[in-house]
Design a protein around this ligand. Structure first.
Ligand code: MG
Length: 159
């Protein structure tokens, strides 16, 4: 069976005056992530993982952050584009795994909603999606509550 694997990583700074959206799910918190779009680190990491597996470049090439039309964009748009691109290239998603790194807020209560939303956006069954959350152990930009980051990995199989 023909397979491809792809990896994605992203980080955004936590700032006041922005909404926090992770994996397409609004999170209750007094700060949000700074970015040109809605700065959803998890959807960005996942988009890059899909594009990487498909050999289709990266999110920055397809959606430059200098482009005014992507200002405050819903990052689901980027993920939808990547999903369409890999389908068009003849690939299906076998499974995805991802990790969110945040000191605060605690994301454990949001994991089921994020998992459900990712499955919906990826057009796959929820049991093919795994969402993990970790703290930053009080070290580094995540641990100091300056940033939230995300890793994602995806396996594609030929349809
Ligand atoms: Mg990003």
């Amino acid at each position: 069976m023909e397979m491809r694997i792809g990896l994605g990583h992203d980080v955004h700074r936590l700032v006041a005056g922005r909404s926090l959206i992770l994996g397409g799910v609004p999170i209750e918190y007094d700060r949000g992530l700074l970015g040109h779009s809605d700065a959803d680190v998890l959807l960005h990491a996942l988009t890059d993982a899909l594009l990487g597996a498909g050999g289709l470049g990266d999110i920055g090439e397809r959606f430059p952050n200098t482009e005014p039309r992507w200002a405050d964009a819903d990052s689901a748009l980027f993920l939808n584009d990547a999903v369409s691109a890999i389908h068009k290239a003849g690939w299906n998603i076998a499974n995805i795994d991802c990790t969110l790194f945040a000191e605060r807020p605690r994301l454990t209560p949001y994991k089921p909603a994020i998992r459900q939303r990712l499955a919906e956006l990826l057009e796959i069954d929820e049991n093919l999606v795994n969402v993990k959350a970790k703290s930053g152990e009080q070290v580094g930009p995540v641990g100091r509550e300056e940033a939230i980051s995300a890793d994602a990995i995806v396996l594609l199989v030929r349809d």
